[in-house]
Design a binder for this molecule. Structure first.
Ligand code: ADP
Ligand code: MG
Length: 626
């Protein structure tokens, strides 16, 4: 009997591995850029010709390689980044599999020039389809330059399946973005067919995003920030009004590695769900820092899919952090978002108290009691990370608004002191007074046709759309009523009877407990009649028949047309009915009270149906009109 099994020659094995790692020119770009970052370079150039078909070159000023390493790096499983399997869980580098260069060399013509700063000469290596053609000393700059030509020259199937230059270059730009957006401290440049496409100087993240995506991003971004023992979340999210119907700029990084993780994407998108229409996608640029031992990045050859040990925890933190940021966003129409390390603090009010953002959580909740651990992860024993309690409550505080108020307070204080020459009050006393009377009480407002409020807030004027704001206030009031604190029912001495269609009557019976939380105590008399035993305290004199009918209609259509979530739907449907019944506001204090209610909302700048509530016009803009 003859043996038929044999070991594949390295060149063939490498070509097979390349099938997984290198799918298109953009995959080469990704691997080469990652190697340059891992080599400690702070200036990296990417040079492309014909969307990578003719040339992909990466030039870096990193640590370079020795004469022997320059040869060895093209061997499969040749890496300087790990030695033992355990190292996989302490990785700080992008690469670790030691197969990118071997794969690339198997399916292209590669030229490497590299030199370590301490060596007097560098090394040239030419390799074609895994075959070394040249390995010699050469004069070259410190760092490494790798040119990849004739990609897929020996894999016609791959070559023929490449898309148009536009599409392929689009993929290259995407890979480039994924690296530059998480290494804003490094300089990058991108050339295509001899033209400079993008040059990036070291900067902060916000500036980097704007440099990559254009100036129009400047005002669209809002920071997200949350630090705990378990996870640090940082980055920027786009304002809801900038969500796009098609693909949006969505960048999720874990430990500064771009990752594809549907659950994390979902955590961000659901935080926006009330703020943007269905099918729209928010842009985000978020980096999560977690203990490397709690994440497995070795589940796909391209290293973009990852497995998190504590998926549920991360989901909860991320979701509540984004929600909180969205809440703060609505409260800070004029704050500067550029609070990066090293920012200029000179404009900050001196005694402004800076608060750590806090995520509401239940300190007694232990996820490992109620849910079995989701297997497949790696033991985190020995890790210094403690498990925090899970944020079970999607509410978030509005400390952003109080900070804003605080800054207003300081402003008004200064203005007051400047304007009056009578600082006779005892400081202590004046502070006390300030606490009782919030600065918003001093804001001057007026209404225009009962449609808009114009208020002098901060450095300009805010215009508030009253109907949208009212919808938001009522919506949050009813959501709280359903989820936490039911509205007080005022019992009727002589219950009114209402008549509903059979379908609505069925729905009313089904929603009886929720209607009660919203203040309506309905008792079914027969198929279509109900006695109204109680109505919401304070809502006297309303047409209950009308309110309940329209409420049920709205609830029903939201459920079928938009698949709205139950609580949100109930709150939204009730808010809609109550929106139209209101007293005109005339006194300044009434308007202030209304604004206070608005800014007490978790989200204050967008109505639950996604419409804008506030526009802020800076005084510099007003000045520019003249
Ligand atoms: P990995 O990055 O997974 O280690 P690669 O095949 O991408 O595998 O690279 C193999 C090795 O070659 C790296 O571990 C590194 O030591 C070296 N190397 C690759 N590119 C560079 C570079 N631009 N500068 C310095 N060393 C490099
Ligand atoms: Mg690599």
């Amino acid at each position: 009997m003859t043996d038929i099994i044999h070991l594949l020659p390295d060149a063939v094995a490498n070509q097979i591995a390349a099938g997984e790692v290198i799918q298109r020119p953009a995959s080469v770009v990704k691997e080469l850029l990652e190697n340059a970052v891992d080599a400690g370079a702070d200036n990296i150039q990417l040079i492309i010709k014909d969307a990578g078909r003719t040339l992909i070159q990466v030039v870096d000023n990193g640590k370079g390689m020795s004469f022997n390493d320059a040869r060895l790096c093209f061997e499969r499983h040749a890496t300087s980044k790990l030695t033992t399997a355990d190292d996989l869980f302490h990785l700080t580098t992008k690469g670790f599999r030691g197969e990118a260069l071997a794969s690339i060399a198997a399916i292209a013509h590669v030229e490497l020039r590299t030199k370590m700063a301490e060596d007097s000469t560098g090394t040239l290596l030419q390799i074609e389809g895994s075959e070394v053609k040249e390995h010699a000393p050469v004069a070259t700059a410190d760092g490494t330059s790798i040119s990849v030509k004739n990609l897929f020259f020996n894999v016609p199937a791959r070559r023929n399946f490449l898309k148009s230059d536009n599409v392929e270059f689009g993929h290259i730009e995407e890979e480039f973005n994924r690296v530059v957006l998480t290494h804003q401290e490094l300089a990058f440049s991108l050339y295509h067919n001899g033209k400079l496409v993008l040059q990036l100087q070291p900067s902060n993240l916000k500036q980097r995003i704007v440099n990559v995506f254009g100036n129009h991003f400047q005002d669209k971004l809002f920071p997200v920030e949350q630090q705990t023992d378990f996870i640090n979340i940082s980055g920027f999210i786009a304002k809801p009004e900038n969500a796009k119907k098609k693909k949006s700029e969505q960048y999720m990084f874990i430990n500064r590695r771009y990752v594809r993780h549907p659950l994390l994407n979902y955590a961000v998108e659901t935080a926006y769900s009330e703020l943007i229409p269905d099918g729209y996608k928010p842009a985000y640029f978020i980096n999560l820092e977690v203990d490397p031992s709690t994440i497995d990045i070795n589940i796909s050859p391209t290293k973009v899919d990852v497995k998190l040990q504590d998926e549920r925890l991360v989901f909860g933190f991320l979701n509540s952090t984004v929600k909180k940021s969205l809440g703060q966003m609505s409260l800070t129409p004029r704050l500067d978002f550029d609070y990066e390390p090293g920012m200029d603090l000179s404009n900050m009010p001196k005694d402004m108290e800076l608060k750590e953002p806090a995520v509401t959580h239940n300190p007694n909740f232990n996820p490992f009691n109620s849910h079995p651990a989701s297997g497949g992860g790696h033991s985190s024993s020995g890790s210094s990370y403690s498990r925090p309690s899970v944020p079970h409550n999607t509410n978030f505080d509005t400390s952003g608004w109080s900070d804003f108020l605080q800054s207003l307070k300081t402003e008004t204080e200064t203005v007051k002191q400047e304007q009056t020459e009578t600082p006779t009050l005892d400081l202590q006393e004046s502070r006390q007074e300030e606490q009782d009377e919030s600065p918003i009480d001093n804001v001057k407002c007026l209404t225009i046709n009962q449609k808009y409020i114009v208020a002098n807030i901060g450095n300009g004027i805010s215009v508030i759309h009253i109907a949208h704001a009212r919808e938001r206030i009522l919506y949050e009031k009813y959501l709280t009523a359903i989820q936490q604190k039911p509205i007080t029912v005022q019992q009727s001495l002589f219950p009114e009877t209402i008549t509903l269609s059979p379908a609505k009557a069925d729905l009313a019976r089904e929603l009886k407990p929720q209607l009660l939380k919203l203040g309506y105590d309905l008792e079914s008399i027969d198929g279509t009649h109900f006695a109204v035993n109680g109505t919401p305290n304070g809502d006297d004199g309303e047409d209950v028949q009308h309110v309940i009918e329209l409420f049920l209609e709205s609830y029903h259509s939201n459920m079928f047309l938009h698949h709205a979530e139950k609580d949100q739907n109930l709150a939204m449907s009730m808010a809609k009915q109550k929106c139209s019944s209101f007293k005109p506001m005339t006194e300044n204090c009434e308007i202030i009270d209304f604004l206070r209610q608005l800014f007490d909302c978790q989200v204050s700048n967008v109505s639950p149906s996604g419409k804008s509530i506030i526009r802020q016009i800076e005084d510099t803009e007003i000045e520019s009109w003249f």
